[in-house]
Design a protein around this ligand. Structure first.
Ligand SMILES: Cc1cc2nc3c(=O)[nH]c(=O)nc-3n(C[C@H](O)[C@H](O)[C@H](O)COP(=O)(O)OP(=O)(O)OC[C@H]3O[C@@H](n4cnc5c(N)ncnc54)[C@H](O)[C@@H]3O)c2cc1C
Length: 344
Protein backbone atom coordinates (compact mmCIF):
# COMPACT_ATOMS: atom_id res chain seq x y z
CA UNK A 1 0.00 0.00 0.00
CA UNK A 2 1.32 3.46 -0.90
CA UNK A 3 -0.60 6.45 0.44
CA UNK A 4 -0.13 9.74 -1.47
CA UNK A 5 0.89 12.98 0.24
CA UNK A 6 -0.56 16.39 -0.57
CA UNK A 7 1.49 19.49 0.26
CA UNK A 8 -0.21 22.87 0.48
CA UNK A 9 2.33 25.56 -0.52
CA UNK A 10 5.13 25.41 -3.07
CA UNK A 11 7.65 27.61 -1.28
CA UNK A 12 10.98 26.33 0.02
CA UNK A 13 9.56 24.02 2.68
CA UNK A 14 6.85 22.48 0.49
CA UNK A 15 9.06 21.93 -2.54
CA UNK A 16 11.99 20.56 -0.51
CA UNK A 17 9.68 18.13 1.26
CA UNK A 18 8.11 17.19 -2.07
CA UNK A 19 11.55 16.49 -3.54
CA UNK A 20 12.62 14.40 -0.51
CA UNK A 21 9.45 12.29 -0.73
CA UNK A 22 9.70 11.86 -4.50
CA UNK A 23 13.32 10.68 -4.09
CA UNK A 24 11.81 7.88 -1.97
CA UNK A 25 9.05 7.01 -4.42
CA UNK A 26 6.09 8.62 -2.58
CA UNK A 27 3.34 10.02 -4.82
CA UNK A 28 3.19 13.76 -4.04
CA UNK A 29 1.04 16.67 -5.18
CA UNK A 30 2.05 20.24 -4.32
CA UNK A 31 -0.60 22.96 -4.51
CA UNK A 32 0.85 26.40 -5.08
CA UNK A 33 -1.32 29.51 -5.24
CA UNK A 34 1.24 31.45 -7.30
CA UNK A 35 3.39 30.83 -10.37
CA UNK A 36 7.15 30.44 -10.95
CA UNK A 37 9.47 32.22 -11.24
CA UNK A 38 8.50 34.94 -8.77
CA UNK A 39 10.20 37.33 -6.42
CA UNK A 40 9.71 36.87 -2.66
CA UNK A 41 10.30 39.19 0.28
CA UNK A 42 13.48 37.65 1.62
CA UNK A 43 17.03 38.71 2.48
CA UNK A 44 18.19 35.76 0.32
CA UNK A 45 20.89 34.91 2.83
CA UNK A 46 20.86 31.22 3.83
CA UNK A 47 22.57 30.84 7.17
CA UNK A 48 22.74 27.80 9.44
CA UNK A 49 22.02 24.11 9.47
CA UNK A 50 19.73 24.13 6.43
CA UNK A 51 22.76 23.85 4.17
CA UNK A 52 23.33 20.40 5.72
CA UNK A 53 19.74 19.43 4.87
CA UNK A 54 20.25 20.55 1.28
CA UNK A 55 23.46 18.54 1.10
CA UNK A 56 21.82 15.35 2.43
CA UNK A 57 18.96 15.77 -0.05
CA UNK A 58 21.47 16.11 -2.89
CA UNK A 59 20.42 19.70 -3.63
CA UNK A 60 23.41 21.73 -2.45
CA UNK A 61 25.60 21.15 -5.50
CA UNK A 62 22.74 22.02 -7.84
CA UNK A 63 22.23 25.22 -5.93
CA UNK A 64 25.86 26.12 -6.33
CA UNK A 65 25.69 25.49 -10.07
CA UNK A 66 22.78 27.95 -10.12
CA UNK A 67 25.36 30.50 -9.05
CA UNK A 68 24.62 30.71 -5.31
CA UNK A 69 27.57 32.54 -3.78
CA UNK A 70 29.11 32.34 -0.34
CA UNK A 71 28.87 35.19 2.18
CA UNK A 72 31.71 35.18 4.66
CA UNK A 73 31.55 38.59 6.35
CA UNK A 74 29.00 40.89 7.97
CA UNK A 75 28.96 44.51 9.17
CA UNK A 76 26.39 46.31 11.35
CA UNK A 77 25.33 49.95 11.45
CA UNK A 78 23.05 51.97 13.74
CA UNK A 79 22.54 55.74 13.74
CA UNK A 80 25.26 55.99 16.42
CA UNK A 81 27.57 52.99 16.05
CA UNK A 82 29.28 50.72 13.54
CA UNK A 83 30.56 47.17 13.83
CA UNK A 84 33.03 46.96 10.95
CA UNK A 85 33.14 43.89 8.70
CA UNK A 86 33.97 40.73 10.60
CA UNK A 87 34.08 37.12 9.47
CA UNK A 88 30.94 35.06 9.88
CA UNK A 89 31.54 31.99 12.07
CA UNK A 90 30.18 29.92 9.17
CA UNK A 91 29.70 30.92 5.53
CA UNK A 92 26.14 31.62 4.38
CA UNK A 93 24.80 31.07 0.86
CA UNK A 94 23.23 33.87 -1.13
CA UNK A 95 20.86 33.24 -4.01
CA UNK A 96 17.83 35.00 -5.45
CA UNK A 97 14.47 33.45 -4.53
CA UNK A 98 13.40 34.15 -8.11
CA UNK A 99 15.94 31.54 -9.17
CA UNK A 100 15.82 29.23 -6.15
CA UNK A 101 12.06 28.58 -5.91
CA UNK A 102 11.83 28.08 -9.67
CA UNK A 103 14.70 25.60 -9.68
CA UNK A 104 13.22 23.59 -6.78
CA UNK A 105 9.85 23.50 -8.60
CA UNK A 106 11.59 22.12 -11.69
CA UNK A 107 13.49 19.56 -9.62
CA UNK A 108 10.26 18.40 -8.00
CA UNK A 109 8.62 17.94 -11.40
CA UNK A 110 11.71 16.24 -12.84
CA UNK A 111 11.35 13.66 -10.06
CA UNK A 112 7.74 13.00 -11.08
CA UNK A 113 6.01 15.30 -8.59
CA UNK A 114 2.59 16.70 -9.48
CA UNK A 115 2.71 20.51 -9.23
CA UNK A 116 -0.56 22.40 -9.38
CA UNK A 117 0.23 26.09 -9.79
CA UNK A 118 -2.18 29.01 -9.70
CA UNK A 119 -4.40 26.90 -7.42
CA UNK A 120 -5.16 27.88 -3.84
CA UNK A 121 -5.95 24.91 -1.61
CA UNK A 122 -9.23 25.57 0.16
CA UNK A 123 -9.80 22.09 1.59
CA UNK A 124 -9.34 20.66 5.07
CA UNK A 125 -5.98 19.55 6.47
CA UNK A 126 -6.93 15.92 6.90
CA UNK A 127 -4.90 12.73 6.70
CA UNK A 128 -1.99 12.88 4.26
CA UNK A 129 -2.15 16.67 3.89
CA UNK A 130 0.81 18.82 4.94
CA UNK A 131 0.67 22.56 5.58
CA UNK A 132 3.62 24.37 3.97
CA UNK A 133 1.67 27.53 3.27
CA UNK A 134 4.14 29.99 4.80
CA UNK A 135 3.78 32.54 7.57
CA UNK A 136 0.62 32.84 9.67
CA UNK A 137 -0.88 36.26 9.05
CA UNK A 138 -1.30 38.47 12.12
CA UNK A 139 -2.42 42.04 11.34
CA UNK A 140 -0.82 43.47 14.51
CA UNK A 141 0.99 42.25 17.61
CA UNK A 142 1.52 44.30 20.77
CA UNK A 143 0.20 47.34 18.90
CA UNK A 144 2.76 47.00 16.07
CA UNK A 145 2.18 46.12 12.44
CA UNK A 146 5.15 44.33 10.93
CA UNK A 147 5.87 44.46 7.21
CA UNK A 148 8.67 43.49 4.86
CA UNK A 149 10.02 44.97 1.62
CA UNK A 150 12.49 43.62 -0.92
CA UNK A 151 14.06 44.92 -4.11
CA UNK A 152 17.17 44.07 -6.11
CA UNK A 153 19.59 46.78 -7.11
CA UNK A 154 22.91 47.39 -8.84
CA UNK A 155 25.75 49.86 -8.27
CA UNK A 156 25.90 49.45 -4.50
CA UNK A 157 29.34 49.20 -2.90
CA UNK A 158 29.37 47.17 0.31
CA UNK A 159 32.06 46.78 2.97
CA UNK A 160 30.96 43.20 3.76
CA UNK A 161 28.99 40.43 2.04
CA UNK A 162 26.09 41.30 4.35
CA UNK A 163 25.47 44.73 5.83
CA UNK A 164 22.72 45.18 8.41
CA UNK A 165 21.47 48.75 8.92
CA UNK A 166 19.27 49.47 11.95
CA UNK A 167 17.04 52.53 12.09
CA UNK A 168 14.18 53.83 14.20
CA UNK A 169 11.49 51.81 12.38
CA UNK A 170 13.33 48.57 11.66
CA UNK A 171 16.31 47.14 9.83
CA UNK A 172 17.52 46.78 6.25
CA UNK A 173 19.91 44.09 5.05
CA UNK A 174 22.10 44.60 2.00
CA UNK A 175 23.33 41.27 0.74
CA UNK A 176 25.62 40.52 -2.18
CA UNK A 177 23.99 38.27 -4.76
CA UNK A 178 25.47 36.49 -7.77
CA UNK A 179 25.99 38.54 -10.96
CA UNK A 180 26.65 41.85 -9.28
CA UNK A 181 23.20 42.38 -7.82
CA UNK A 182 22.47 43.39 -4.24
CA UNK A 183 19.41 42.31 -2.31
CA UNK A 184 17.91 45.24 -0.38
CA UNK A 185 15.44 43.85 2.14
CA UNK A 186 13.89 45.39 5.23
CA UNK A 187 11.66 44.50 8.12
CA UNK A 188 9.77 47.44 9.64
CA UNK A 189 7.14 48.07 12.23
CA UNK A 190 4.49 50.74 12.34
CA UNK A 191 2.07 51.70 15.08
CA UNK A 192 -0.35 53.18 12.56
CA UNK A 193 -1.90 51.83 9.35
CA UNK A 194 0.77 50.82 6.83
CA UNK A 195 1.04 53.29 3.91
CA UNK A 196 0.84 52.31 0.24
CA UNK A 197 4.13 50.40 0.04
CA UNK A 198 4.12 50.12 -3.75
CA UNK A 199 4.41 53.92 -3.86
CA UNK A 200 6.57 54.59 -0.82
CA UNK A 201 9.04 51.71 -0.58
CA UNK A 202 12.03 53.90 -1.44
CA UNK A 203 11.43 56.01 1.66
CA UNK A 204 11.39 52.97 3.93
CA UNK A 205 14.29 51.09 2.36
CA UNK A 206 16.40 54.17 1.60
CA UNK A 207 17.33 55.12 5.18
CA UNK A 208 17.20 58.60 6.65
CA UNK A 209 19.31 61.42 5.20
CA UNK A 210 22.86 61.24 6.53
CA UNK A 211 22.72 57.55 7.45
CA UNK A 212 25.25 55.06 6.08
CA UNK A 213 22.35 53.22 4.41
CA UNK A 214 21.30 56.40 2.61
CA UNK A 215 24.85 56.86 1.34
CA UNK A 216 25.10 53.24 0.19
CA UNK A 217 21.94 53.54 -1.88
CA UNK A 218 22.68 57.01 -3.26
CA UNK A 219 23.65 55.73 -6.74
CA UNK A 220 21.75 52.44 -6.68
CA UNK A 221 19.89 51.37 -9.78
CA UNK A 222 16.79 49.57 -8.52
CA UNK A 223 15.23 46.75 -10.51
CA UNK A 224 11.65 47.83 -10.07
CA UNK A 225 10.21 44.53 -11.33
CA UNK A 226 11.85 42.71 -8.41
CA UNK A 227 10.08 44.83 -5.78
CA UNK A 228 7.71 42.95 -3.48
CA UNK A 229 6.17 43.52 -0.06
CA UNK A 230 4.28 41.64 2.64
CA UNK A 231 2.42 42.76 5.72
CA UNK A 232 0.78 41.03 8.66
CA UNK A 233 4.00 39.27 9.67
CA UNK A 234 3.79 37.30 12.90
CA UNK A 235 7.05 36.54 14.69
CA UNK A 236 5.43 34.78 17.63
CA UNK A 237 7.36 31.57 18.32
CA UNK A 238 5.07 28.54 18.04
CA UNK A 239 5.50 25.00 19.29
CA UNK A 240 4.74 22.21 16.84
CA UNK A 241 3.22 19.90 19.47
CA UNK A 242 -0.40 20.83 19.87
CA UNK A 243 -0.81 22.22 16.34
CA UNK A 244 -3.69 20.40 14.65
CA UNK A 245 -1.85 19.92 11.35
CA UNK A 246 1.45 18.59 10.03
CA UNK A 247 3.34 21.85 9.40
CA UNK A 248 6.73 22.66 7.86
CA UNK A 249 8.56 25.95 7.28
CA UNK A 250 7.07 29.29 8.31
CA UNK A 251 3.64 27.72 8.83
CA UNK A 252 5.21 25.88 11.77
CA UNK A 253 6.83 29.01 13.19
CA UNK A 254 8.55 32.01 11.65
CA UNK A 255 11.94 32.94 13.04
CA UNK A 256 12.85 36.66 13.05
CA UNK A 257 14.50 37.54 9.70
CA UNK A 258 17.54 39.15 11.38
CA UNK A 259 18.89 35.62 12.00
CA UNK A 260 18.90 34.80 8.26
CA UNK A 261 17.65 31.40 9.38
CA UNK A 262 14.07 31.17 8.03
CA UNK A 263 15.03 29.40 4.81
CA UNK A 264 17.24 27.10 6.81
CA UNK A 265 14.30 26.16 9.05
CA UNK A 266 12.21 25.53 5.95
CA UNK A 267 14.82 23.07 4.60
CA UNK A 268 15.45 21.47 8.00
CA UNK A 269 11.77 20.98 8.86
CA UNK A 270 11.19 19.49 5.40
CA UNK A 271 14.02 17.02 5.97
CA UNK A 272 12.70 16.14 9.44
CA UNK A 273 9.24 15.49 7.97
CA UNK A 274 10.44 12.87 5.50
CA UNK A 275 10.82 9.80 7.82
CA UNK A 276 7.38 9.96 9.51
CA UNK A 277 5.62 10.82 6.24
CA UNK A 278 7.41 8.01 4.44
CA UNK A 279 6.28 5.55 7.12
CA UNK A 280 2.74 6.91 6.86
CA UNK A 281 2.83 6.56 3.10
CA UNK A 282 3.98 2.94 3.38
CA UNK A 283 1.18 2.14 5.83
CA UNK A 284 3.62 1.57 8.72
CA UNK A 285 2.36 4.51 10.80
CA UNK A 286 -1.03 6.20 11.23
CA UNK A 287 -1.43 9.91 10.61
CA UNK A 288 -1.76 10.99 14.23
CA UNK A 289 1.46 9.34 15.48
CA UNK A 290 3.26 10.54 12.34
CA UNK A 291 2.16 14.09 13.16
CA UNK A 292 3.20 13.76 16.80
CA UNK A 293 6.55 12.26 15.92
CA UNK A 294 7.32 15.12 13.57
CA UNK A 295 6.12 17.73 16.06
CA UNK A 296 8.43 16.32 18.76
CA UNK A 297 11.42 16.30 16.42
CA UNK A 298 10.72 19.85 15.26
CA UNK A 299 10.30 21.16 18.81
CA UNK A 300 13.57 19.50 19.84
CA UNK A 301 15.33 21.11 16.88
CA UNK A 302 13.80 24.60 16.95
CA UNK A 303 12.44 25.64 20.37
CA UNK A 304 15.67 27.01 21.81
CA UNK A 305 16.62 28.70 18.53
CA UNK A 306 13.22 30.41 18.29
CA UNK A 307 13.54 31.67 21.89
CA UNK A 308 16.97 33.16 21.29
CA UNK A 309 15.86 34.70 18.02
CA UNK A 310 12.79 36.27 19.68
CA UNK A 311 15.03 37.76 22.36
CA UNK A 312 17.46 39.10 19.74
CA UNK A 313 14.65 40.63 17.70
CA UNK A 314 13.27 42.43 20.79
CA UNK A 315 16.74 43.63 21.77
CA UNK A 316 17.40 45.05 18.31
CA UNK A 317 14.14 47.02 18.30
CA UNK A 318 15.05 48.54 21.69
CA UNK A 319 17.76 51.20 21.09
CA UNK A 320 19.46 51.03 24.55
CA UNK A 321 19.79 47.21 24.43
CA UNK A 322 20.84 47.39 20.80
CA UNK A 323 23.57 49.88 21.70
CA UNK A 324 24.92 47.51 24.36
CA UNK A 325 24.82 44.57 21.94
CA UNK A 326 26.64 46.61 19.28
CA UNK A 327 29.27 47.73 21.76
CA UNK A 328 29.91 44.24 23.08
CA UNK A 329 29.47 42.53 19.72
CA UNK A 330 32.27 44.67 18.24
CA UNK A 331 34.65 43.60 21.01
CA UNK A 332 33.69 40.13 22.16
CA UNK A 333 34.29 37.20 19.88
CA UNK A 334 32.50 34.99 22.39
CA UNK A 335 29.29 37.06 22.20
CA UNK A 336 29.47 37.25 18.40
CA UNK A 337 29.92 33.50 18.04
CA UNK A 338 27.45 32.71 20.84
CA UNK A 339 24.60 34.73 19.29
CA UNK A 340 25.32 33.16 15.93
CA UNK A 341 25.42 29.64 17.38
CA UNK A 342 22.17 30.03 19.33
CA UNK A 343 20.17 31.36 16.36
CA UNK A 344 21.40 29.06 13.58
C1 LIG B 1 11.67 40.78 5.59
C2 LIG B 1 12.07 39.33 5.57
C3 LIG B 1 13.39 39.00 5.33
C4 LIG B 1 13.81 37.66 5.35
N1 LIG B 1 15.11 37.37 5.12
C5 LIG B 1 15.54 36.10 5.21
C6 LIG B 1 16.91 35.77 5.02
O1 LIG B 1 17.75 36.60 4.69
N2 LIG B 1 17.29 34.48 5.19
C7 LIG B 1 16.39 33.50 5.51
O2 LIG B 1 16.81 32.35 5.66
N3 LIG B 1 15.08 33.77 5.65
C8 LIG B 1 14.62 35.04 5.51
N4 LIG B 1 13.30 35.31 5.64
C9 LIG B 1 12.37 34.20 5.91
C10 LIG B 1 12.13 33.32 4.69
O3 LIG B 1 11.72 34.08 3.60
C11 LIG B 1 11.05 32.28 5.06
O4 LIG B 1 11.38 31.69 6.27
C12 LIG B 1 10.88 31.21 3.98
O5 LIG B 1 10.43 31.77 2.79
C13 LIG B 1 9.89 30.17 4.48
O6 LIG B 1 9.60 29.25 3.45
P1 LIG B 1 8.18 28.54 3.41
O7 LIG B 1 8.25 27.56 2.30
O8 LIG B 1 7.79 28.08 4.76
O9 LIG B 1 7.14 29.69 3.06
P2 LIG B 1 7.00 30.52 1.71
O10 LIG B 1 8.28 30.66 1.02
O11 LIG B 1 6.25 31.75 2.11
O12 LIG B 1 6.05 29.62 0.80
C14 LIG B 1 4.71 29.38 1.12
C15 LIG B 1 3.96 29.16 -0.19
O13 LIG B 1 2.66 28.68 0.08
C16 LIG B 1 1.77 29.22 -0.88
N5 LIG B 1 0.42 29.14 -0.31
C17 LIG B 1 -0.04 29.73 0.82
N6 LIG B 1 -1.31 29.36 1.05
C18 LIG B 1 -1.66 28.52 0.05
C19 LIG B 1 -2.85 27.81 -0.28
N7 LIG B 1 -3.95 27.88 0.49
N8 LIG B 1 -2.87 27.04 -1.39
C20 LIG B 1 -1.77 26.96 -2.19
N9 LIG B 1 -0.60 27.61 -1.92
C21 LIG B 1 -0.56 28.37 -0.83
C22 LIG B 1 2.29 30.63 -1.11
O14 LIG B 1 1.90 31.13 -2.36
C23 LIG B 1 3.80 30.43 -1.00
O15 LIG B 1 4.40 30.23 -2.27
C24 LIG B 1 12.85 36.63 5.59
C25 LIG B 1 11.51 36.96 5.79
C26 LIG B 1 11.12 38.30 5.78
C27 LIG B 1 9.67 38.63 6.00
Amino acid sequence: MVRPITIVGGGLAGLTLGIGLRQRGVPVTVWEAGQYPRHRVCGEFISGRGQGSLHRLGLLDGLKTLGACAATSAAFFTPTATVAARPLPEAALCVSRFTLDHWLAQEFQRLGGDLQTGERWAGEYGEGIVRASGRRVEPAAGGWRLFGLKVHARDIRLTADLEMHFGPAGYVGLCRLPSGETNVCGLFRSAVAIPDLALRWREWLGGSAGSVLHTRLAHARFEEASFCSIAGISLRARQALGQPEVCVGDSLSMIPPVTGNGMSMAFESAELAIPPLLRFSRGELDWLPARQQLAQTCDAAFTSRLRWAAWLQRALFHPPTRAVLMFLGARSDMLWRGLFEHTR
